[in-house]
Write a protein that binds this ligand. Structure first.
Ligand code: UT7
Length: 379
């Protein structure tokens, strides 16, 4: 029997701190009117200094795990899609694995810019359909505010922070992720780039002074690329799923710019009620934008079992990714209180265990060093 990969849980987290267009207009030469008209964005959420990418990812992951009603020990793999990881290494996914107590899970980060979440969803669905793994947690998490030059009005008005997550599980029931299309055009890599801090230009006083650790973007070219690729990638995913375009019940695009979304919707002949947009509240949260939008579409009653969804991302790389999903999860209910309480206990316990492992690793290292010293003295 073929295996299908179904989304069985979802969750999101956005930092409470909101930065409006008017707030921005106080520090850079811009206006609320320009930002609204050119992008559709009204405000964005900005992480505090205590809210790192891993912290946002963990909140969203816990939500997704609770709504899926799975034990973290049952998770086989964790993929975190991010362009703003906690560290160059270890992977943010490993930090999530530790925080949620998913002791059996492998974990890695996936970097495909704003297409990262759909890339990860496609990879995870492939692993499930190939029967390598059965339960996979996918998180899109970003703190792009840390990479933004707050004096560059061309970019600082666009981005926001947040995280979204889903749990994917294998089943023989048809449905779930039915097709995906992944693409890249590395020739456009310099159009959207953080040039400093990598192996070409390692961080140092020079890279910082020349602002190479900030996002640089050729907005007009990225815009042209996005309008070209969005509808095409959506059509390809629909075709691969064996659907017709009019079968789409909800289109969930990457939330970068309302004008880009409108142009894609027009090419796909989709009326506004079949297109999900929430960028006015969050700005462009990169790899987190599609899972955050998915969560809000579900909680807003825009998705019901049997619906046909299409997601499309595009971004740095340049990359693009689309997928067609037949929605099979039942309508969400509130998480029953006893389960929320047991989850808190479970996370507290896994935090305690993780601390215990760290202590035991230190003690182990200390004891080994003492034994080595004694042995060396005896020789
Ligand atoms: O996930 C992928 C991430 N990237 C994107 O999705 C970006 C895609 N690109 C875009 O969304 C658009 O290119 C923008 C909204 C960023 C800019 O729109 P545009 O029509 O491409 O404008 P532009 O960059 O060509 O700039 C037009 C004018 C310029 O002024 P002059 O030279 O005509 O006098 C800019 O300096 O708008 C000016 N401008 C601004 N004015 C007020 C640029 N940014 C701002 C601003 N406020 N924030």
């Amino acid at each position: 029997m073929p295996k299908y990969a179904h989304i069985i849980g979802w969750g999101k987290y956005v930092p409470p701190n909101v930065l409006t267009n008017d707030d921005l207009a106080k520090t850079v030469d811009t206006t609320d009117k320009w930002i609204r008209e050119m992008t559709g964005i009204h405000q964005r959420h900005i992480a505090s200094s205590k809210e790192s990418t891993a912290a946002l990812a963990v909140y969203a992951a816990r939500d997704a795990i609770e709504s899926a009603d799975v034990n973290p020990q049952d998770i086989d793999m964790i993929i975190v899609a991010t362009a703003s990881p906690e560290y160059p290494f270890p992977a943010t996914a490993c930090l999530v694995q530790n925080a949620i107590g998913a002791g059996r899970a492998g974990a890695f980060d996936l970097e495909a810019g704003c297409s990262g979440f759909v890339y990860a969803l496609s990879m995870a669905a492939g692993l499930i359909r190939g029967e390598m793994y059965n339960t996979i947690l996918i998180v899109g998490a970003e703190t792009l505010s840390r990479l933004v030059d707050w004096n560059d009005r061309a970019t600082c008005v666009l981005f926001g922070d947040g995280a979204g997550a889903v749990v994917l599980r294998g089943s023989e029931t048809p449905g779930g992720v039915m097709s995906s299309v992944l693409g890249a055009d590395g020739s456009g890599g310099e159009l959207l780039i953080v040039p400093g801090g990598g192996s070409k230009s390692p961080s140092g006083p020079e890279t910082v002074l020349s602002k190479m650790h900030f996002i640089k973007m050729n907005g007009r070219e990225v815009y042209r690329f996005a309008t070209r690729v969005m509808a095409t990638a959506a059509k390809q995913a629909v075709e691969r799923a064996g659907w017709a375009l009019d079968k789409i019940d909800l289109f969930i695009p990457h939330q970068a710019n309302k004008r880009i979304i409108d142009s894609a919707a027009k090419s796909l002949n989709l009326p506004p009620e079949k297109v999900f947009v929430n960028l006015e509240n969050y700005g462009n949260t990169s790899a987190a934008s599609i899972p955050i939008a998915l969560c809000e579409a579900i909680s807003g009653g825009r998705i019901k079992p049997g619906d046909h969804l299409v997601m499309v991302g595009f971004g740095a790389g340049l990359t693009w990714a689309s997928c067609a999903i037949e929605w099979t999860a039942p309508k969400p209910g509130a998480i029953p209180l006893p389960r929320a309480a047991t989850s808190r206990l479970r996370y507290a316990w896994s935090g305690f265990k993780s601390f215990g492992w760290q202590v035991s690793r230190h003690v182990d290292a200390l004891v080994s060093r003492v034994i080595d010293t004694v042995e060396r003295k005896e020789q």
